[in-house]
Write a protein that binds this ligand. Structure first.
Ligand code: AMP
Length: 198
C-alpha cells in the first residue's frame, strides 16, 4: 500500500503530478479541490456551503473537509493506497489524518513537498488564468490563496519534517521530468523501513 501526501503552493503542479502518480502506482488520486468543485457544480448541500469560501480563496472548515476525506479513503478503490492532493492543508487536518490512518492500521508512505520558486509559481498561476478559467484563478484571489498557503499550510512543512517524513522534490522542469523524479523518489521510499512514522 502506498499512501502519499503532496504538499506545495498553488500552481506548483501538484494536481497534474498527483494524477500521473495515481496512474503510475495504480492508486486512487484524491483531490479535495476537485471534489469540492464537483459538489459546487452539482449544487449539493456541501457545494452550497463551500462555494463562497472557495471563490474567495479561503480554506473551508477543517471538520467539513476531514469528513469528506474520511468517507473517500474508506471506498474500495483506496485499498491499494492513494495520493492526497490538497489535503491536509492545516495542522489540525494533519492531526485528523494521523488519527484516521491509525484507525485503519495504515501509515503515510511519504509527504512530498514540491520545491518551486516564488517566481515560477507566479508565472504558472498567471498562465493558468484563462487556460483553466477557475473562478479562484483571478489575480487577487491567487494572491489570497498564496497568502493562505504561507500562513496555514506551510507550517505543515515543519510538522512533517520534525517526524522525518518530509521529502523535498524539485517541481521545476517539464511535466515528464518532474514525474520521473517523483516516481524514482517514491520507489526508493517504498523500501525504506524508517519511514512511515505517522
Ligand atoms: P485546490 O484545487 O486544491 O487549489 O482547492 C481549491 C479550493 O478548495 C481551496 O482554495 C479551498 O477553498 C478548498 N479546499 C481544497 N482542499 C482543502 C482543504 N484540505 N482544506 C480546506 N479547503 C480546501
Amino acid at each position: 500500500m502506498i499512501t502519499l501526501v503532496l504538499l506545495g503552493p498553488p500552481g506548483a503542479g501538484k494536481g497534474t503530478q498527483a494524477k500521473r502518480l495515481g496512474e503510475h502506482f495504480k492508486i486512487a488520486h484524491i483531490s479535495t479541490g476537485d471534489m469540492l468543485r464537483a459538489a459546487v457544480q452539482a449544487e449539493t448541500g456541501l457545494g452550497k456551503q463551500v462555494q463562497a469560501i472557495m471563490d474567495g480563496g479561503q480554506l473551508v472548515p477543517d471538520q467539513l473537509i476531514v469528513d469528506v476525506i474520511s468517507d473517500r479513503i474508506s471506498q474500495a478503490d483506496c485499498s491499494n493506497g492513494y495520493v492526497l492532493d490538497g489535503f491536509p492543508r492545516t495542522v489540525p487536518q494533519a492531526e485528523a489524518l494521523k488519527k484516521m490512518m491509525a484507525e485503519r492500521d495504515g501509515r503515510i508512505t511519504s509527504v512530498i513537498l514540491f520545491d518551486v520558486s516564488d517566481e515560477d509559481i507566479r508565472a504558472r498561476l498567471q498562465g493558468r488564468r484563462g487556460a483553466e478559467a477557475r473562478v479562484d484563478d483571478a489575480a487577487e484571489v491567487q494572491e489570497k490563496r498564496l497568502r493562505v498557503y504561507r500562513e496555514q499550510t506551510a507550517p505543515l512543512i515543519e510538522y512533517y519534517e520534525n517526524v522525518g517524513m518530509l521529502c523535498r522534490v524539485s517541481g521545476t522542469g517539464s511535466v515528464q521530468e518532474v514525474e520521473d523524479r517523483l516516481v524514482e523518489t517514491v520507489a526508493k521510499l517504498g523500501t525504506n523501513e524508517s519511514l512511515g512514522k505517522i
